[in-house]
Write a protein that binds this ligand. Structure first.
Ligand SMILES: *[C@@H]1O[C@H](CO)[C@@H](O)[C@H](O)[C@H]1NC(C)=O
Ligand SMILES: *[C@@H]1O[C@H](CO)[C@@H](O)[C@H](O)[C@H]1NC(C)=O
Length: 447
């Protein structure tokens, strides 16, 4: 079991949070935002290994002050979208992450310092080769995004000897990785590409896994902010017992199904609300309660809202597999589960160091005893998890309620993970500061 050590809150980082970034761009994706047109991409729910789930968390080491504990999840289900990057486009797999800001791709380290085209065959991995793209450029140190003390952009950046903006970080497990900040275009369709966007170009030594991150939060450097996309949505397919990857959908722009979505207002945070444990760039939702079966749990709604220090915020995070709850909420959920199926709990077992409501034996039967689960929001909007999907298969015949303790992650927030977003459209309507939910058969949609 990993020992927990809480680092001091990175309050300093938030002091300059709303520093203005002069990223000029007159570009708009007119067809996407204004003409009721949208672009859709297949979204694959894919089992990824632990090194990558740590990658996903690394951004958060800077935004959430206290994600400092190594996750010991063996694998994690990530939402992966393939996007064509560069000119001509190279298809890159990226993990869709509404919980982080900077997008990055895995670059081919052998080619990164030279523009000379080589005659050697392309690398066997699917990492991005900058030397093959005419629209690729390295970000110079003079760019505002390369100022290490501007917390809107929280990667620790430095200038290297070539006056190139360089960033480096330690993964949560202590592994060192590094890369450059670059500018590159994304081709969204045959006729549309974005202007050059600032991305991280990771040059990790261990590049077995070439997946990058598509950072989708509210920060100025996130993909929607830089590409000026005002609405996006995804539909997470259900896990299939015998398949390690299933396909749903990802939309940029209007969703053709949105007339039946139910919306909740996003909580937004202004300049005056600089709280050490708050991530103001997250998609914060007004969760009010949790129901298991017919029982509304006795949890005060204030547990799901940021307190004076910013703890207790509830965010929708596509980059987290499980949902995480602060102790006060987690304990009430656990008490109810113990009441319903206590004797069936796998004693002394904690999955991923954070989830201790796990079971051996027949998941369907145990799920039936637990019942449907619901996350209740304002205005009667809710996310309902049917009883046949309340348990997650974590391997070796073990099933766990898809909820972990935030404290074990070192987080002070409630996080609604992708396990609880299956068969659901989740729409992020940035212009109207709201999130929409609509039940759907996401796997069928993709066909
Ligand atoms: C887009 O759709 C909305 C309603 O769905 C409609 O009011 C509007 O006129 C449409 N705009 C265009 C450009 O078609
Ligand atoms: C609900 O919880 C509060 C404090 O956590 C407690 O005072 C109250 O008695 C509880 N209500 C019920 C019905 O259990």
């Amino acid at each position: 079991m990993a020992s927990l050590s809480l680092s001091p809150p990175l309050c300093m980082l938030f002091i300059f949070f709303f520093f203005f970034f002069p990223f000029s761009s007159s570009f708009t994706l007119n067809n996407i935002n204004n003409n009721n047109h949208s672009l859709s991409f297949p979204l694959t729910l894919t089992k990824t290994h632990v090194s990558e789930s740590i990658n996903t968390k690394k951004q958060r080491l800077r935004t959430l002050s206290s994600y400092n504990v190594k996750s010991s999840f063996k694998y994690s289900m990530a939402l992966v979208v393939s996007l064509p990057i560069g000119t001509p486009p190279q298809l890159q797999q990226m993990v869709l992450d509404t919980g982080s800001q900077l997008s990055w791709i895995q670059c081919n380290p052998k080619q990164r310092t030279t523009n000379v085209k080589t005659t050697s065959p392309p690398p066997s991995t699917s990492s991005f080769d900058p030397s093959l793209s005419s629209s690729f450029s390295l970000l110079p140190c003079t760019h505002p995004a390369c100022k290490p003390r501007v917390p809107d952009f929280t990667l620790p950046t430095t200038c290297d000897q070539n006056r190139i903006c360089h960033y480096s970080y330690f993964y949560a497990d202590g592994t060192y990785a590094e890369g450059n900040l670059v500018r590159e275009k994304l081709a969204l369709s045959n006729s549309q590409s974005t202007p050059p966007l600032i991305l991280g170009c990771a040059t990790a030594e261990d590049s077995k896994d070439a997946r990058g991150i598509l950072g989708m939060n509210l920060g100025r450097l996130s993909f929607p902010s830089q590409a000026q996309i005002t609405k996006f949505s995804y539909c997470v397919p259900t896990r299939q017992a015998r398949s390690s990857s299933v396909t749903g959908s990802f939309y940029l722009g209007d969703n053709p199904d949105s007339s039946r979505f139910r919306y909740v207002d996003m909580l937004t945070f202004g300049k005056s609300q600089r709280m050490p444990n708050l991530d103001p760039l997250a998609y914060t939702v007004p969760l009010q309660g949790i129901r298991i079966g017919a029982t509304k749990l006795n949890i005060s709604a204030s547990v799901f809202k940021p307190d004076a220090g910013g703890s207790g915020q509830t965010m929708v995070d596509s980059g987290s597999e499980f949902t995480f709850l602060v102790d006060e909420a987690y304990n009430r959920v656990r008490e109810e589960v113990v009441r319903l199926v206590g004797p069936r709990l796998k004693k002394g077992y904690v999955y991923g160091d954070a989830a201790d409501m796990c079971f051996d034996g027949n998941a369907v039967e145990i799920g039936r005893l637990i019942g449907d689960m619901a996350f209740e929001f304002e205005k009667g909007v809710e996310i309902v998890i049917p009883k046949d999907r309340v348990l997650a298969d974590v391997g070796s015949g073990v099933h766990c309620l898809g909820i972990g303790r935030s404290e074990r992650l070192g987080a002070a927030s409630n996080i609604i993970g992708n396990f609880h977003q299956q068969n659901l459209w989740v729409e992020f309507d940035l212009a109207n500061h709201r999130l929409g939910f609509g039940e759907a058969d996401c796997t069928r949609l993709a066909k």
